[in-house]
Structures are given as C-alpha cells and as structure tokens.
Design a protein around this ligand. Structure first.
Ligand SMILES: O=C(O)[C@H]1O[C@H](OP(=O)(O)OP(=O)(O)OC[C@H]2O[C@@H](n3ccc(=O)[nH]c3=O)[C@H](O)[C@@H]2O)[C@H](O)[C@@H](O)[C@H]1O
Length: 435
C-alpha cells in the first residue's frame, strides 16, 4: 500500500494512480489528499512569505546599519568630545559650544577652525553633496579633524539626527552655514534650493526651538536679497522684495522664516548678508576660482557685461573678514528666551551686511588674477544673460560696525594673492595643473 505521502507527491504531478479497492475509501483519500495538499501548500507559501519578509527586514536593517554614518556609542563620544569647551573667555561670557552646519564648506570650515582655536567647542555637520567636487570638502574635513573638530556626515533634513545631536550636547549656539549656494545654478536645479535653504532650514529651526536650552542662531543670508535694488550702498533698512534669482528668493524666505521662529518661540536669530566671499579653500563654482583654473589651463573665460556695456561689479569680501564678522555676531547674539518649544520673552532678531564696502568690477578682478598668475587670460566678453545675476553689489556696514566693531581689512589685491598662493599649493602648477 502506498503511503499518504506517495499520494500527495506523485512521481508525475497531476497524475495520481488510484489503486484502492473500495470506492468510498478512494474518494475519502482523494478528498483528504487534495485538502491536505492545499493545506500544506498554504503552509509552505506562508512560511516562504514570512522568511522572505524577515530576510528583507534583515537586509534593510543591515543596509541601514552599514550606510548609517551616525549613531553608536563611539560616535556619541566623538560628538561630546568635539563639543567640549576648551577655554572659558573672560567677562563672564564663558565659552561656546557651537554646532556648525555646512562645516566642510568654504565659510563653514574657516569659521569652525577659528572657533576651535579660541577655545570653543565645535561640532560640524555636512552632507558632502556633489554640487562641486566633494574631494575638496573631504580635504577641508581632514583639516577640521586635525584641529580636533568632529564632522558629522548627515543632512539638515534629517530631523532624527538633529534631535540626537541636541540630546547629546547642550549647544549654546548654532552657526548655520549649510546651504545650496550659487546664483545661476538655481535655473538648473531649483529643487536643491528648496531642499536645503527652505526645508532644511525649517527642520533645523524645529530642532532648535525644541532644544532645552535653546541655542542662539547665527546664519548665512546673502547680499543677493537686495536683488534689483539700485540704491547704493545697500543698507539693511532697504527694501528687499525684488529678488533676481531663486537663490536670492530662498535666502529672503529664510529671513522671513527665521523671523517667525524668533517671534513665536523666542529663538535669538542673527542673519548675515555675505557679499561675494572669496579666499583660500574657496568654492570652485565662483568666478574668481573658475577664472584662475581656466587661466592656468589656457582655457578661455567668459566675462559677463551689464546693460549699455557697463561692467559688472561686486563687493568682494575676503574670508578672514567674514570670519571676524561671524565670530562678532556669535559673541553679541544674546540668548534665546524659550525652552522646550515655549517662548518666555522677546529675543534678539538681527540682520547685518558683511561686505567689504569697496566694489570692484569683474574685468579688474581678471586683471588682478592675471598679474598674480603671470598668465594672460583669454577673455570672451558677453552680455549678461538673464540668469539671476545682478549688475553690482555694495555693502553699507555701519550696523555691523556699530554692533560688534566689524571692520574689513583685506582689499581684493591682497586677498587674491593669498588665494592664488593657496590654489597653487593645493592643486600644483609646474606648467601642469592637477585637478
Ligand atoms: O554675495 C552673495 O550673496 C553671492 O555671492 C556669490 O555670487 P556672485 O556674486 O554671483 O559670485 P560669482 O559667481 O563669483 O560671480 C561674480 C561676478 O562674476 C561674474 N561672472 C561669473 C561667472 C562667469 O563665468 N563670468 C562672470 O563674469 C558674475 O556675473 C558676477 O558679476 C556666491 O556665488 C553666491 O553663492 C552668493 O553667496
């Protein structure tokens, strides 16, 4: 007699030999066999699905674990150590523990090192995006590490990460420099400006407002908010409701958004309108940097010209002057008044221009570079395309000067000399450029 097993798993599927003597028995077996088959198949399928799902979740969590660039006891220890204040300052102000966003960026790396050098605790945060060569950002990160600054790799929009950072450290200040920069790139990738300059900013402010104690916030706005303003020099009291680019519009929106967090939650806010910042370790997408690269490689540069053949001009500001302005702003920012998301009283809300106060035309910038590089540029002079550019910028800095003694000291000639020196030492130049 064949076993039930034989019946259920015939050698030829679909063809079951019936060798039973009695009809009733046969029917009983057939019925029982088909029910049991279905039952076993169902069980098999359930088991298969369950094991697939648990395998998937194992893969997912493994993936998350392997990809997570933050978290864990060791990571928390590094954050805590980096945030540690090394030196108290006089005058009862103590030292600061600062979260610097965009710390692997141009301004972020300079400000982080300056804070660390004077004894403040600094934790960096950067998403290392590829808007420009991430290897430059990694090199800046190495420099920060050498100076004892830990840089967390993560995005501003990661609310869990931000809340974790505030759980670990009672930051006294946030220096918010992470942003999607660049005026003309906004036409290529508008979403990236909304992601970083709007959504990321709000995520950060949410974390700051809920933190206990609330930090004071100093953040990077931009000279571009003056847009089509033609009253010079630009003053913080001028109207800024005619932005010329989406970049400018997101920075202007940032000023309004931070105002609401100041008003509702008592966050101390200082917005800094930077004027075309340049210098060593700068941004490769900016004109002075890309002109240098092209001039050295013998490639042509495109120089935009304004309406009626008027040269474009910028109030180019050297990085060391900007760093002084950032530190001065932090030192005078005053405290946030809220805690745990509740406002306890009015808090400072400030906006300052940080410029050089002496605009220089773009052709003059090119001739200074030619002199420092000892190479003649191949210039293509074209009319400024309608891509968000403004014809000129010029800062009135009396407010920053009054509030924290801001006084820029580096002219374009001197600043570009330092930039070129850095550029050659970083990329190398022996008739051959390494980049
Ligand atoms: O102050 C700011 O808030 C902004 O400053 C900077 O923007 P901009 O002042 O536009 O600097 P940048 O690109 O160096 O162009 C300089 C000049 O060269 C001209 N320019 C530019 C490129 C080119 O190929 N040719 C050219 O003539 C160009 O027309 C312009 O006249 C930051 O990038 C920006 O992130 C923001 O921080």
């Amino acid at each position: 007699m064949r076993s039930l097993e034989d019946e259920l798993f015939p050698s030829t599927p679909g063809k079951v030999k019936i060798e039973r003597t009695n009809m009733l028995n046969r029917q009983f077996y057939r019925c029982f066999a088909s029910t049991s088959t279905m039952f076993l198949w169902a069980l098999f399928l359930i088991a298969l699905t369950a094991s697939y799902l648990s395998f998937q979740s194992f893969v997912d969590s493994g993936h998350r674990y392997l990809n997570a660039s933050w978290g864990g006891i060791q990571w928390e220890k590094q954050v805590r150590n980096s945030a540690q204040i090394q030196k108290q300052r006089g005058g009862g102000s103590g030292g600061f523990s600062v979260l610097v966003t965009g710390s692997a960026g141009f301004v972020g790396s300079h400000v982080s090192i300056a804070l660390k050098k004077r004894g403040d605790g600094v934790v960096g945060l950067d998403n290392f995006n590829n808007y420009y060569d991430p290897s430059l950002k990694k090199a800046r990160k190495s420099l920060l590490n050498k100076n004892g600054i830990f840089v967390v790799e993560g995005d501003l929009n990661d609310a869990r990460l931000l809340s974790k950072l505030f759980d670990i450290v009672a930051f006294t200040h946030v220096m918010h420099l992470a942003a999607q920069a660049g005026v003309r790139y906004a036409m290529e990738n508008p979403g990236s400006y909304v992601h970083s300059n709007i959504a990321g900013l709000v995520t950060l402010l949410e974390a700051c407002k809920s933190a206990n104690p609330q930090p004071s916030i100093v953040w990077a706005s931009s000279s571009s908010v003056y847009g089509l303003n033609d009253k010079v020099p630009f003053s913080e009291l001028d109207q800024t409701d005619q932005p010329a680019s989406l970049y400018a519009a997101t920075k202007k929106a940032g000023e309004e958004i931070t105002h609401t967090y100041n008003h509702i939650y008592g966050l101390s806010i200082t917005g800094l309108r930077f004027f075309t910042v340049y210098g060593p370790w700068g941004r490769p997408d900016m004109a002075y940097f890309s002109f240098t690269r092209n001039i050295l490689q013998g490639k042509p540069i495109t120089v935009y010209r304004g309406k009626n053949r008027v040269d474009l001009a910028r109030d180019f500001t050297y990085i060391d002057d900007i760093v002084k302005g950032c530190l001065g702003s932090l030192d005078t920012s005053g405290k946030s008044t809220g805690s745990g998301g509740k406002k306890r009283g009015p808090a400072p809300y400030r906006i300052f221009n940080l410029g050089n106060t002496s605009p220089v035309t773009v052709p003059t910038l090119v001739s200074i570079l030619e002199r420092h590089l000892k190479v003649k540029a191949k210039k293509n002079i074209v009319d400024m395309p309608g891509n968000g550019d403004v014809p000129f910028t010029h800062a009135n800095i009396s407010l920053a000067s009054r509030e924290f003694g801001y006084k820029p000291t580096t002219d374009l000639q001197t600043g570009l000399k330092k930039f070129v020196k850095w550029y050659l030492s970083y990329y190398g130049y022996n008739g051959k450029i390494v980049d």
